[in-house]
Every structure is written in structure tokens, then in C-alpha cells.
Design a protein around this ligand. Structure first.
Ligand SMILES: Cc1cc2nc3c(=O)[nH]c(=O)nc-3n(C[C@H](O)[C@H](O)[C@H](O)COP(=O)(O)O)c2cc1C
Length: 347
């Protein structure tokens, strides 16, 4: 049985502070956006009708209307739950995948999120727990409960050592995480998706993960939400100096993707970290990602200043991302989103 600890209570309260900080400019990496360095090849002779563009794809045995996933953010607090309900319903309407934030505290506090599956019966829903938690006593039990509660199509295990080391209440013992992932892959009833939260997963780490049976990796690179900046912001000013050099720490997606795609062709790569629009999504597909993912960009579009949840804003943001992707496909003369990465290989 998973019982709540003091940490779970702190963690619930912290979740809402994270939402507020991640919506502010303070939470952004202060680096040039890596995707600005990529230019898609313009095709002045597309020889196709714009209406023929097909953005659909398959992910976790379900069809998506376009290759995109809302990556895990919230849950466990009344505000987080409200946001998740909106994410689930709109993701289902738009036909994209949806990941929840860490389920640790909702499970420990006996608060089911079953409602999300009812609102989103046709899309992949991805559960979420931390790698550290998986490696702890009862980790496997927690993972099973997380999957069951959502009837999840996959379980995301997040790796966030940078965030944990800055967080005052964070965990610093990362021993045994890979081993626990290997056991989870062999034991759990659905695929395991390993994700970072903004510092990226390098090729050597991806190889280790693949060697223990992982087939889904969300690289979650530097460029968007910086967890070092968010956690540093929560510290008293006197303690921030220590972490100053690490505020923009992390891999750039443009540095790691091409090689990862080539060396691990069997792995489904989710490209994320600072996605801003549908052209960024097209660039991620061009670099070899199977689908793209985004977190903070959608959070901003969903909640008003008064914390009112506006589903139509989220729907519009997602519709815009899909349309921008379609335009990018048309202008490169490609009618199927899946074929964008082949275009890169042809050059
Ligand atoms: C408010 C907020 C809460 C988050 N909570 C989680 C979480 O519980 N588990 C997780 O795996 N990732 C979490 N993330 C990380 C995101 O899934 C994503 O990997 C990261 O924010 C980078 O994407 P972005 O630049 O599009 O925001 C969170 C992100 C935000 C903005």
C-alpha cells in the first residue's frame, strides 16, 4: 500500500507554485532557441493540393490526428486536477496524446484520476512517476497503481536530477534507477516511456535505456522550461548563487537528435523542450522525432490571469499548431507528416 508521507503533502503544495512559476518569463532558458538554427527546405514546386496534407500518425497503437503530445505537468491538487480535466477533454477532441504530471501524491492520498480516461477514451494517456520513486521501496507497486488508475497506454518515468539537486526537499540518491527501470520494463503491463524535464537525454543515456528494453524516450531538452531557474526562484536569495552557473544547463535537441535517430532507429523519440508552434513541431519531425511534445506553451494558453480554465484557448492553440505543421508540410512538398524525416535523409 502506498501511504502519504510529509514529502507528499509538500509535493502537492509545490505543484501549484510550479504552475505559477512556469508561466512566467523567469522560468525560461536564457539561450538562443536551438530550433531557430534549423531551416526546412522550401519547395517552390510542391505539386500537391494543400488539402492533401495528412498529419495523422500512429502512436502507442492509437491514431493521432497530428503527431503531438501534451507532456506531463499537473495533478494532485484541486487546481492541477482542473487543468488535467481540461487537457484530457481537449486532447481527446484534437486527437493527440496526453501525459499527466507525477501521480505519486494523488495515489498516496487516495485520490483517483479515473475521470481523465472517461473524458479521453480514444487517445493515448500516459501515466507518470519519478525515476527516484520507482527505485524506492514500493516503487513497482506505485507504478502499477499509476497505470491502473488511468488505464494508461504507457507509463512515463521522469528523470530530473538537476531539478532534484536544487530543490531543498529534493532527492540526491540516484543509485539503482536504471535497474528499477529494467525491472519495470519486464514487469509492467504497458510500455515504459522515459523522459527528462528540460535538461535532455543524451545518446549514451538513451543507449543504456534501450539496452534494458526501453522503446519510448521523450528527450525533453533545454530551450523551454528551465527547472533550475524555477527551483532557484523558490530559494531564498542567499542560496541562489550556488546554482547560478547551472541555470541554463542541459542538452540542445539539435545536438543530440540526428545521431540518436541514426543509432537507435527502433526507439520512438518524442521531441520536446521549448516547442513554441507548429513550425517547431515540423522541425522536430524533420530531425527524426516520431512526435513532438510541449508543456508550458499549453499551460499558458489554458489558464487566464484569474486562474479560470479556458478550454477554448487550449483548443485554439492546438488547432494553430496543427495548421502550422500542415503549412510547413505543404511548403516542403511533403503530404504525410511521417515523411518529413525522410526529406532530411535525402538532402
Ligand atoms: C508546471 C509544470 C509541471 C511539470 N510537472 C512534471 C511532472 O510532474 N512530471 C514530469 O515528467 N514532467 C513534468 N514537467 C515537465 C514537462 O513535462 C516538460 O518535460 C518540460 O516542461 C519541458 O517542456 P516545455 O519546455 O515544453 O515546458 C512539468 C512541466 C511544467 C511546466
Amino acid at each position: 500500500m502506498i501511504t502519504p508521507t510529509t514529502k507528499d503533502l509538500i509535493s502537492s503544495a509545490r505543484k501549484d507554485v510550479h504552475i505559477d512559476l512556469s508561466k512566467s518569463e523567469l522560468s525560461r532558458f536564457n539561450i538562443a532557441h536551438p530550433l531557430d538554427l534549423i531551416t526546412l527546405p522550401h519547395n517552390a514546386l510542391p505539386e500537391m493540393d494543400f488539402d492533401d496534407v495528412d498529419t495523422s500518425c500512429e502512436f502507442l497503437n492509437r491514431e493521432l490526428s497530428f503527431p503531438f503530445m501534451i507532456t506531463g505537468m499537473t495533478g494532485g491538487t484541486p487546481r492541477g486536477n482542473r487543468l488535467n480535466l481540461a487537457f484530457a477533454e481537449v486532447a481527446n477532441q484534437c486527437g493527440i496524446a496526453f501525459g499527466v504530471g507525477s501521480q505519486r501524491s494523488s495515489i498516496a492520498n487516495g485520490k483517483s484520476q479515473k475521470e481523465l480516461r472517461k473524458l479521453a477514451p480514444k487517445i493515448p494517456i500516459i501515466g507518470n512517476i519519478g525515476g527516484i520513486q520507482l527505485a524506492q521501496e514500493n516503487g513497482l507497486e506505485l507504478a502499477k497503481a499509476a497505470i491502473e488508475d488511468l488505464e494508461a497506454d504507457a507509463l512515463a518515468i521522469h528523470l530530473n536530477p538537476l531539478q532534484e539537486i536544487i530543490q531543498p526537499e529534493g532527492e540526491s540518491n540516484w543509485r539503482g534507477v536504471l535497474n528499477s527501470i529494467e525491472i519495470a520494463v519486464k514487469t509492467l503491463p504497458c510500455p515504459i516511456l522515459i523522459k527528462e524535464v528540460g535538461a535532455g537525454i543524451s545518446l549514451p543515456v538513451a543507449k543504456k535505456l534501450h539496452n534494458v528494453g526501453v522503446y519510448y524516450i521523450d528527450v525533453a531538452c533545454a530551450g523551454g522550461t528551465s527547472w533550475a531557474r524555477i527551483e532557484a526562484e523558490r530559494l531564498p536569495k542567499s542560496q541562489r548563487e550556488l546554482y547560478e552557473p547551472f541555470l541554463d544547463w542541459g542538452h540542445l535537441i539539435t545536438d543530440i537528435l540526428p545521431e540518436m535517430r541514426q543509432i537507435l532507429p527502433q526507439v520512438t523519440i518524442i521531441g520536446s523542450g521549448g516547442l513554441r508552434n507548429g513550425l517547431d513541431l515540423a522541425k522536430l519531425l524533420y530531425l527524426g522525432c516520431h512526435i513532438g511534445g510541449g508543456a508550458s506553451v499549453l499551460l499558458k494558453s489554458l489558464e487566464t490571469e484569474e486562474l479560470e480554465v479556458k478550454q477554448e484557448h487550449l483548443f485554439q492553440s492546438l488547432k494553430t499548431i496543427k495548421e502550422q505543421l500542415s503549412i510547413a508540410l505543404f511548403l516542403t512538398g511533403i503530404n504525410k507528416a511521417d515523411d518529413l524525416s525522410n526529406l532530411n535523409k535525402m538532402l
